[in-house]
Design a protein around this ligand. Structure first.
Ligand SMILES: C[S@@+](CC[C@H](N)C(=O)[O-])C[C@H]1O[C@@H](n2cnc3c(N)ncnc32)[C@H](O)[C@@H]1O
Length: 319
């Protein structure tokens, strides 16, 4: 099946990363190489593009889209293990990082991957198909309180308690193994009057399960912290997120990188020794324009934040 994914904020990404021939760039969410292909062109002929994805199908599609050579390194892995991946690939430093978070269109569109609430399929949701935990395992083994917590925290679903209780009651009759069965349980749990607002009733619970299956928020924090260490002076990092939980993590981490001494007020001398290492280039996130949203509705919720590593962290100034 053809891998179709339209890269989001493509022009803005390449402009914000300020790429030059010879730059070393790591695309941590390679997908079908929509961004990576353009990046590779801009850093040629001497630059290096490293593309990481945990999804075998994405890597295969990227391999077909990119001209592989010494300047392109594709790695199967989780960006939560960025340090190990970059050390093993013998990358000396990185001038630009891109994280285009979440799932790709093919992951959503290939029904058997079990991400979509629109069709009936095995309840899977693993981006890495060798990953240890499927959504079915979570739905059928987590305690009621664990389910309620993830549906509330990761789905921001106000009916989390009821949905968790209904799941536990349903699985006591027989295991919930397909997306369709889960959608029916969620619909039964949410009162009809509430179901009419806020999009598909299963949207938030499916988001929550997807985040839990793929440990999305945990690995994001680890990866961003690692990426900041690998960035060269003046190197840039761009992160596109698609929901507020991810965006909050990015905003928080960038703002910590930008901040200086965090000692409580009134201390006679600084005890934390903290100096700014970053300058945030996007005080407000960059969002797609109306034209992009019309031609690619999946771009609707995208927001990109960009930061630059300071040339001399002690000075607080980038060159
Ligand atoms: C939104 S798509 C990226 C699309 C890509 N920018 C393009 O234009 O073709 C996100 C991709 O990141 C991958 N991904 C998400 N989280 C990941 C992680 N923790 N480690 C590695 N890959 C990840 C997904 O498998 C998916 O292929």
């Amino acid at each position: 099946m053809e891998y179709r994914h339209t890269p989001v904020l493509l022009a803005e990404v390449t402009q914000q990363l300020s790429l030059q021939p010879g730059s070393i760039v790591v695309d941590c969410t390679l997908g079908g190489a929509g961004h990576a292909k353009r990046i590779a062109e801009l850093i040629a002929p001497t630059g290096i593009l490293v593309g990481i994805d945990q999804d075998e199908a994405a890597l295969k599609a990227a391999e077909d889209a990119l001209c592989l050579g010494q300047q392109v390194v594709l790695l199967k892995g989780n960006f939560g293990e960025l340090d190990r991946l970059l050390v093993e690939a013998q990358i000396p430093w990185v001038d630009g990082f891109l994280f285009d978070l979440g799932v790709s269109s093919p992951q959503l569109d290939i029904v058997e991957r079990g991400f979509t609430y629109q069709e009936d399929a095995p309840l899977d949701m693993r981006m890495d198909q060798c990953g240890p935990v499927t959504a079915a395992e979570i739905v059928n083994t987590y305690s009621e309180s664990q389910l309620a917590r993830i549906i509330r925290d990761y789905g921001e679903e106000r009916w989390a308690l009821r949905i968790a209780a209904f799941i536990v009651a349903a699985r006591a009759r027989r295991p919930v193994t397909t997306t369709g069965e889960l959608v029916d349980v969620i619909k039964a749990a949410i009162p009809a009057s509430a179901r009419r607002a806020g999009g598909h009733p299963a949207k938030r619970t499916f988001q929550a399960l997807r985040i839990e299956v793929n440990s999305e928020l945990k690995v994001l924090e680890t990866a961003l912290s690692a990426a900041l260490k690998w960035l060269s002076p003046n190197g840039r990092i761009a992160v596109i997120s698609y929901h507020s939980l991810e965006d909050r993590i990015v905003k928080q981490l960038f703002s910590e990188g930008e901040s200086a001494c965090e000692c409580p007020q009134g201390l006679p001398i600084c005890a934390c020794q903290k100096v700014p290492i970053l300058r945030v280039l996007t005080k407000r996130p960059i969002v797609p324009g109306q034209d992009e949203i019309e031609s690619n509705p999946r771009a609707r919720s995208a927001r990109m934040r960009v930061a630059q590593k300071l040339a001399d962290p002690t000075s607080g100034e980038s060159r």
